[in-house]
Design a binder for this molecule. Structure first.
Ligand code: FMN
Length: 449
């Protein structure tokens, strides 16, 4: 069942409070390591959305793991979780122009002088060897220097202090391409970093939208209503009117500085690299702004990156067979396709097309519809009990996958695993049922301890 999309970050947080899933933490928490360690521990247990209201050294509240579950993204966009992928695919074509209003909550507090990014926003340090505090949930908004179209992308930002920050934004990322066009004319590239942005913009910022498309229009289509924008205060850009924070500034031409190391989404580190420099010209925010933090490789990052990837996979496999759903338990260098098979050959064609849908699709598994593609335990069960190694493996040697130069060769090749039961043996492989199990609460049967 579809409903109205939630068009601001705080509306989503309020909805999670109302439905009882949000957990608030009011005891003092250290922004250096402790906050992220709590988040990581929660992601590995109940995976609830979190709101920290007492982060030491800064009065600003911190929200994290807000989109850590796929059904929260569905809630935010007013869509049904079961049909999230086909619904988003259908809405890609909607493309709604944003509306520009004269004032918005993101301008309740405006700092254009005497600000310090090392003081005025929470200084969250994530992993042991990180180079310091980073913005990890900042959406960089920029306009194509010639065409004027808007791009939005997530980029980690190292907070050096004062008006000085460093951004990881290399081409082929669109922001990097915009910057190199500006740099060719020796121009700084105006950017705005939105933190706590509308959920639909969060999703479009994580998606590979075609280079010539405008991401504000895509986000409007996904939320089913135009995005609300306000003119920025110090850069020639329109920015999300309802964002919690907007940091304005310019990416300097022909300047690179040592950025990193930074704990990355594969759980290792990206070592020090020569990356771009952001000179900040303003910090604007809501009066009671909520700062958003995302852990690279955590459940929230995985949902934001995984859903757009799965839309790409669905585009390629949707016409080949009846696809029930696509999951990405484990990581996003692969997926699990739930297939309503009517012919044994369908599994192989689905594997081939899914592996080809995106470079990152390195390991794809196809399961029957009685296996939950979002549950790693279930998927492994299907591999162990239904996969035939002699015939059910599709190996594509030497194919390129995750392209980062330092690990590219370690990711070469692709593999597809057919973990569906053969059509002729459907009855043999039919899973047994335990009548009444849906209604049983085992703890109600335990004797008191
Ligand atoms: C939370 C989060 C952080 C990200 N950080 C970075 C980053 O620091 N650098 C980068 O190149 N991509 C990063 N990404 C991936 C890009 O946002 C993503 O590839 C996006 O599609 C790029 O969009 P574009 O090339 O269409 O502009 C991040 C993604 C998420 C969800």
């Amino acid at each position: 069942m579809t409903s109205t999309a939630l068009t601001s970050f705080r509306d989503l947080i309020a909805a999670l409070k109302r439905n009882g899933t949000l957990r608030s933490i009011s005891r003092p928490v250290d922004p250096r390591f402790e906050l992220v360690a709590i988040m990581r521990a929660v992601q590995r247990s109940g995976n609830q959305p979190l709101l920290f209201t007492n982060v030491t050294a800064n009065p600003i509240a911190v929200a994290t793991n807000i989109l850590g579950r796929r059904n929260v993204l569905a809630l935010a966009l007013g869509l049904d979780s079961e049909t999230l992928l086909p619904s988003l695919l259908a809405r890609e074509a909607w493309q709604l122009d944003p509306v520009v209003v004269s004032d918005g909550p993101t301008h309740e507090v405006i700092q254009t002088e005497s600000f310090d990014i090392g003081r005025d926003i929470p200084q969250i340090v994530h992993s042991e060897r990180d180079a310091g505090a980073y913005i990890t949930a900042g959406i960089c908004i920029a306009r194509h220097p010639v065409l004027g179209t808007y791009n939005a992308s997530w980029n980690r930002i190292q907070l050096v202090g004062g008006d000085h920050a460093r951004v990881r934004m290399m081409p082929p990322q669109h922001l990097g391409q915009y910057q190199s066009i500006a740099e060719q004319g020796d121009h700084p590239l105006p950017v705005a970093v939105a933190i706590g942005a509308p959920p639909a913009l969060m999703l479009s910022a994580a998606s590979k939208i075609p280079f010539e498309a405008d991401e504000y229009r895509t986000a409007g289509g996904w939320q089913g209503s135009p995005l609300r924008l306000v003119p920025a205060k110090t850069v020639p850009l329109d920015v999300p009117a309802d964002a919690e924070f907007v940091i304005e500034g310019h990416i300097l031409p022909s300047v690179r500085e040592a950025e990193g190391p930074f704990g990355e989404f594969t759980d290792g580190y990206v070592e020090v690299g020569q990356n771009h420099v952001l000179k900040v010209s303003a910090i604007t925010r809501r009066r009671d702004a909520i700062y958003h933090v995302i852990l690279a490789g955590g459940t929230e990052d995985t949902v934001l990156l995984g859903v757009p990837l799965m839309i790409e996979v669905l585009k390629q496999i949707g016409s080949l067979a009846k696809i029930r759903d696509i999951g990405f338990p484990g990581h996003i260098f692969g997926c699990v396709v739930s297939l309503e098979k009517t012919d044994d050959a369908q599994a192989k064609s689905v594997l081939e097309a899914a592996l080809a849908a995106h470079a990152w699709m390195k390991v794809v598994v196809v399961v029957d519809t009685d296996v939950n593609p979002h549950d790693a335990q279930e998927v492994l069960w299907a591999i162990h009990t239904r996969h035939t190694p002699d015939t059910g493996i599709l190996h594509i040697p030497r194919a390129g996958s995750f392209p980062r130069a330092d690990v590219r060769d370690a990711h070469r090749g692709k593999i597809g695993i057919d973990a569906t039961a053969p059509m002729a043996m459907r009855d043999t492989f039919r899973r047994r049922r335990f009548p009444g199990i849906e209604k049983i609460d085992p703890t109600a049967y335990f004797d008191p301890v």
